[in-house]
Write a protein that binds this ligand. Structure first.
Ligand SMILES: Nc1ncnc2c1ncn2[C@@H]1O[C@H](COP(=O)(O)OP(=O)(O)OP(=O)(O)O)[C@@H](O)[C@H]1O
Ligand SMILES: [Mg+2]
Length: 465
């Protein structure tokens, strides 16, 4: 069902005062009737746009259709139709059954046609001071893989360090299969690129069925996961007086990063302790950095409020883990006031000797006010409370003692998390026979077996036909 708009005026000179509808539904007719009587009541901008719409309709470059709720919508002729093929097979050579040959050939031609018509770039270099300009950015010519691996994620596999051969500069590369890639990861990252909370994004490119993200290597970092699981134990046993100021400081840093994201209209939605890094800036200063925007979503879109809540609740989970050695199992445990209060009471009872009554009260009050946050702007109220407390603390003195625990002097030289014999990312080994796995590394083979299994389950790179 669609309502076509016609115009009595000459095709070259649309005149809004004579605009009428043919075969229209009542609602649309009422709207245009009012236009007929008062077309010039519209603002000059709206009049200009309406003129433009009429021109598009006359030239048959657009038509007016209707959405599910019966509201008129513009349908433009040049809107690219969806490229309909199985995303898990995106950009790999397929070997379909004979009856599917025609369909697959058509799908392939659509891709070529799309590239020819729209000329989308195969990558974007965002910082040519870090990475050499090149149409393809190929291994061996433009870069080499080092043996350093910065970390391993569930969706990306290994985050590897590359060396740009012309610039002689190292940077990190995260690789994601197209089939699981979300455009929001880059959109959020790009919008946050100048804020300093995320590693600098320096190049994105597509290669076969993978998207490569090239970024700044964060040096002298430790994940909050490592801090909670091991360093806090050292701090608690060697200098328990540091626990409170350090926890307040990290909580403030995490909330500040979250506020920056929310101010830029993004929620992270995956703030687990492996995605929050503490970076040593000096002997007395630690900065909070955030990685992995794979689940990022817009604040002002559907589910935005859930995203805000998720980020805040995750920050609270880290705070109670640091302050009271109580890491709630999931965000769900913090939804009910009774549950979290009981669990936190139990945890603080265990810590009775090292946690004063005032500290317990402070902890409960901060958790309570943070969990009351339902809109992004309220985060600053909790941050202000934290700042008031922090002004009474000699942070330089605290950090002077904490920094050597988180970054032991023997680790001063940059240490990768682990190395690969050939520096291949496990994701790199997926979806291409070119990427041969080094048979000498048992660990690599084991990892790749797991990933291969996962890949089969998800049908990534395999032909389903
Ligand atoms: N630029 C970087 N500099 C230093 N370390 C990094 C960098 N990027 C990522 N890492 C490390 O690699 C790990 C995995 O990266 P990332 O979280 O982006 O991958 P992922 O597959 O999306 O993870 P997840 O398992 O959370 O989905 C991080 O937890 C972090 O320790
Ligand atoms: Mg991650």
């Amino acid at each position: 069902m669609s309502a076509e708009c016609t115009d009595k005026s000459s095709p070259s000179d649309p005149d809004l005062s004579t605009l009428t509808l043919g075969n229209s539904i009542k609602e649309s007719k009422d709207q245009v009737d009012s236009l007929e009587t008062n077309p010039r009541n519209l603002s000059p901008t709206s009049q200009g746009r309406l003129n433009h719409i009429v021109q598009l309709l006359q030239n048959q470059e657009a038509k007016i259709g209707m959405d599910a709720k019966g509201r008129p919508v513009m349908q433009y002729k040049d809107t690219a139709p969806p490229l309909n093929w199985d995303a898990s097979n995106a950009n790999v050579i397929t070997t379909p059954k004979p009856e599917d040959h025609k369909r697959k050939v058509e799908a392939f031609l659509k891709l070529v046609e799309y590239l020819k018509q729209n000329k989308p770039p195969g990558g974007v270099n965002l910082d040519s001071s870090q990475i050499s300009k090149s149409n393809w950015y190929e291994e061996g010519t433009e870069f080499e893989k080092t043996q350093k691996i910065l970390g391993t994620g569930n969706s990306a596999g290994d985050i590897i360090v590359l060396k740009d051969l012309k610039k002689g500069i190292e940077h990190a590369q995260k690789t994601i299969m197209i089939s699981v890639f979300r455009k929001e990861e880059i959109q959020a990252w790009f919008d946050l690129n100048e804020t300093g909370i995320a590693p600098k994004l320096i190049q994105i490119r597509i290669e076969g069925n993978k998207v490569h993200i090239h970024m700044e290597t964060l040096e002298k970092v430790v994940t909050l996961r490592e801090v909670i699981d091991s360093h806090m134990q050292t701090i608690r046993s060697t200098n328990p007086a540091l626990v409170r100021p350090f926890s307040l400081c990290v909580f403030h840093g995490v909330l500040s990063a979250i506020q920056t994201m929310h101010d830029k209209n993004w929620t992270h939605k995956d703030l687990h302790a492996g995605n929050i890094l503490l970076q040593k800036e000096s002997e007395t200063f630690i900065k909070v950095r955030i990685v992995d925007f794979g689940l990022a979503s817009k604040v002002d879109e559907k589910g935005g409020l859930d995203g805000i809540r998720s980020d805040i609740v995750e920050a609270v989970r880290k705070f109670t883990a640091l302050y009271a050695n109580q890491e709630f199992n999931s965000a769900g445990d913090l939804q009910s006031g009774d549950t979290w209060k009981n669990e936190l009471s139990y945890a603080t009872d265990i810590l009775q000797t090292s946690l004063s009554r005032e500290e317990r009260t402070e902890l409960f009050s901060l958790v309570d006010s943070s969990l009351a946050i339902v809109a992004a702007y309220q985060t600053q109220d909790v941050m202000k409370k934290l700042e008031e407390k922090m002004t009474k603390i000699d942070l330089d003195e605290v950090m002077k003692k904490v920094v050597p625990i988180l970054f032991p002097p023997c680790d001063e030289l940059f240490q990768p998390v682990h190395t690969h014999s050939k520096g291949h990312s496990s994701i790199d080994a997926m979806g291409g026979s070119k990427d041969v796995v080094d048979a000498s590394s048992a660990a690599t083979i084991e990892n790749n077996d797991i990933l291969r299994k996962l890949r089969l389950e998800m049908a990534i790179g395999s032909d389903l036909d």
